[in-house]
Design a protein around this ligand. Structure first.
Ligand code: SF4
Length: 350
């Protein structure tokens, strides 16, 4: 195998090179569009060269920011004449609002980039001690797709220590899998007393912590630490409730629709617009690929009181606290809390 392919084996991620090469050869693909998450874009050059050497196919790297599997560049693939989109870092989007419409002859191959880091026994012991200290014995275990393969090991370890861990399923997701806007596997109907997430960084752990009122613990496979996310949850809930309460007086709303393949949630926007009207309010609709303070400021006026973003529900919760933007910018779930005056239980995203 070419040296560039060999180099990809030392990255800490499984690029599934053989599987990809076979898929390219079997499909007779000559042009590829490659989509990589931000953190691994620096491997683009080796990946493109590896695929060209091994299959003869030409790869174009999609250099715009890649959000998730909600963002598949189907139009760009058609324009470039690419017949295969290689989407790295995610599995198929579990909350796709309408079927992904691909141009004739174009297909998508999802390569989740599973981590090759293994969680050492000592970290599992720390997790056990933390749960034990709080008398928690039935944790539900979740992970981002990169670390899902660790779950059977953790289940086995905790069972050996007398606990009853659970790995839950949700339609469209792998067992235990969470993504930025889908934490259904962290909230199964069967009785559990806590939630554990195996993930690096803060994005997924924060999302999980905000989506449940059970104690949440993060096992970080990179820093090899286990953290109780209770304080993080409290801090963010304070920020979010500040925006929610401010929106109670809103009469005119900006309703944002997303243009990415998995972010066009027409039915959701319609439902929110109807609720605004039922409360005697008005709305103006915006359609964009992304929503940043810059885009929002460009269209905002003093005659709009609050905004709701239906595209990616993490945009308002993570990027638009009142410290960052002076008006309430809410997720769909938060807007529903306001419009239905159901403020008691925090409704994170939907
Ligand atoms: S959290 Fe946002 S970016 Fe991530 S999959 Fe969901 S909609 Fe897409």
């Amino acid at each position: 195998m070419h040296e560039t392919c060999m180099r990809l084996r030392d990255t800490g991620y499984d690029f599934e090179i053989e599987k990809t090469i076979n898929a390219i050869k079997e499909g007779g693909h000559r042009r590829l569009l490659v989509q990589l998450p931000e953190g691994v874009k620096s491997f683009s050059r080796d990946l493109a060269e590896c695929l060209r050497r091994e299959t003869g196919a030409r790869a174009t790297i999609f250099a715009d920011p890649t959000w998730g599997a909600c963002d598949i560049p189907v139009d760009e693939a058609a324009r470039l004449g690419a017949t295969l989109i290689l989407h790295y870092g995610h599995t198929e989007y579990s909350l796709q609002p309408q079927p992904l419409r691909l141009p004739p002859g174009v297909s998508v191959l999802y390569i989740p980039l599973k981590s090759t880091h293994r969680i050492p026994q000592e970290t599992l012991e720390t997790l056990y001690s933390l749960l034990e200290k709080k008398s928690l014995r039935r944790p539900v275990l979740t992970a981002t797709v990169q670390h899902l393969d660790e779950l059977p090991r953790i289940v086995e370890y905790l069972e050996r220590r007398g606990m009853e861990p659970i790995v839950a399923r949700a339609p469209g997701s792998l067992p235990g899998q969470v993504i930025g806007c889908d934490y259904r596997t962290g909230a199964p109907s069967e009785g559990h007393d806590s939630v554990v997430i195996v993930a690096g960084g803060v994005f997924h752990p924060l999302g999980l912590a905000l989506s449940t009122d059970k104690p949440v613990f993060q096992v970080d496979p990179y820093r090899l630490v286990v953290e109780d996310l209770g304080p993080l949850r409290e801090k963010w809930l304070r920020k979010r409730y500040a925006a929610i309460y401010k929106a109670l007086d809103a009469r005119v709303w900006g309703v944002w629709l997303g243009s990415m393949t998995g972010q066009y949630r027409r039915a959701l926007a319609d439902a929110i617009e109807r609720l605004i009207e039922q409360r005697g309010g008005e709305w103006v609709e915006f359609y964009s690929r992304t929503v940043t303070p810059r885009e929002l400021r460009a269209v905002d006026t003093p005659r709009i009181d609050a905004h709701v973003v239906t595209s990616c529900p993490r945009v308002p919760t993570d990027d638009f606290t009142l410290e960052e933007y002076p008006k309430p910018v809410l997720s769909p779930g938060e807007a529903l809390m306001v419009l239905k005056r159901e403020l008691q239980r925090y409704r994170f995203m939907w």
